[in-house]
Design a protein around this ligand. Structure first.
Ligand code: ADP
Ligand code: MG
Length: 225
């Protein structure tokens, strides 16, 4: 079996809240192996986004150990974490988070360019993904000229273009109507199956969770048995 991309052991996270300390994650154990797909469910406020932030290396745990590609990442500085994130991760957000001043093509090519790819090659790769997602007529559109479903498909192309090891998605269909959500989910699953990328999706949607290989539920910061 190949080494996990991420291995979280005994992860707790405390936030200061009005002079008190609030434990938002409490002893979380979770691994993600190459190619594995995982749903993270749970009620609002149960710590799902905080957990995703720790997986991404955007937040540091208060307690516990995060291994990234088998290495203890607690000693990594911010540059090293950011480099790992750029190479190994892709992100999909509920609110799309495209850059409003860039076209669909420029948005999708951006992570590859940040990794130092030749701009023409980055755009060719991004254009191929956008076409595969049915956006061939939208390459030069800015986000404001795209529907929500189209914007999220651009975000999918952006997430996958640099062939990351793991995609982290926080409620990727949460701001879309049911029919559009189903199309975006189908696109996500197809891209993911084709690329063999590991995928962790925070979701309230049982249809999304049922489509993924494994499911964990957070309740008050703990993984429910
Ligand atoms: P979920 O994504 O499951 O809705 P979150 O991880 O966003 O939950 O939040 C879990 C809890 O942690 C909430 O009570 C939230 O208010 C609190 N929280 C999240 N981020 C912070 C922060 N930066 N500072 C203080 N409290 C936070
Ligand atoms: Mg959340």
């Amino acid at each position: 079996m190949s080494a996990p991309i991420l291995e979280l052991s005994g992860i707790s996270k405390d936030f200061a809240s009005g002079g008190e300390s609030l434990r938002v994650l409490d002893g979380v154990e979770l691994s993600i192996r190459p190619g594995e797909t995982l749903a993270v469910t749970g009620p609002s406020g149960s710590g799902k986004s905080t957990l995703l932030g720790i997986m991404a290396g955007l937040e540091r745990p208060s307690l516990g150990l995060v291994r990234r590609d088998g290495e203890d990442a607690s000693t990594w500085d911010e540059d090293r974490l950011a480099g790992w994130r750029r190479r190994r991760l892709g992100f999909v957000f509920q609110s799309f988070r495209l850059v409003p001043t860039l076209t669909a093509l420029e948005n999708a090519a951006m992570p590859l360019e940040l990794l130092g790819a030749d701009p023409a090659e980055a755009e060719e790769k991004a254009a191929g993904l956008l076409r595969a997602l049915g956006l061939e007529g939208r390459l030069d559109h800015r986000p404001s000229a795209l529907s929500g479903g189209e914007q999220q498909r651009v975000a999918l192309a952006r997430a996958y273009a640099h062939a990351p090891a793991l995609i982290l998605a926080d409620e990727p269909t949460g701001s879309l109507d049911r029919a559009t959500a189903e199309k975006v989910l189908a696109a996500l699953l197809e891209l993911n199956a084709r690329s063999g990328t590991a995928l962790a999706v925070v979701t309230h949607d049982p249809t999304v969770a049922a489509a993924l290989g494994r499911s964990v539920r957070l309740e008050r910061g703990r993984i429910a048995p």
